[in-house]
Design a protein around this ligand. Sequence first.
Ligand SMILES: [Zn+2]
Length: 97
Amino acid sequence: MNDTLINQPAGEDRPRQMYVLEETGFKEVPKKFRRFYRKWGGPSDTLAPNEVLCPVCKIVIRSLQELRVGDKVYCMPCMSRLIVQEEGGRLVARVNY
Ligand SMILES: [Zn+2]
């Protein structure tokens, strides 16, 4: 992490930060998809910029890149198609019909 990255505005032009996902021990999906999900630790659980909470089953969905408003994510545990939105300055997922 360096100062120039921190101080840049969150515009669409800014390259997205990429993440390396590690096995989380999440057993509810096939092994090859486990690293894309993890159990939520409750309200005190801080989500990373590449993570968003599924509003349906309360599982944390993890992306290989930083998430932004308008991104579509898929929650495999409950088969919900979700879209990333902003609410009170935080990213939240809403069911995308
Ligand atoms: Zn879900």
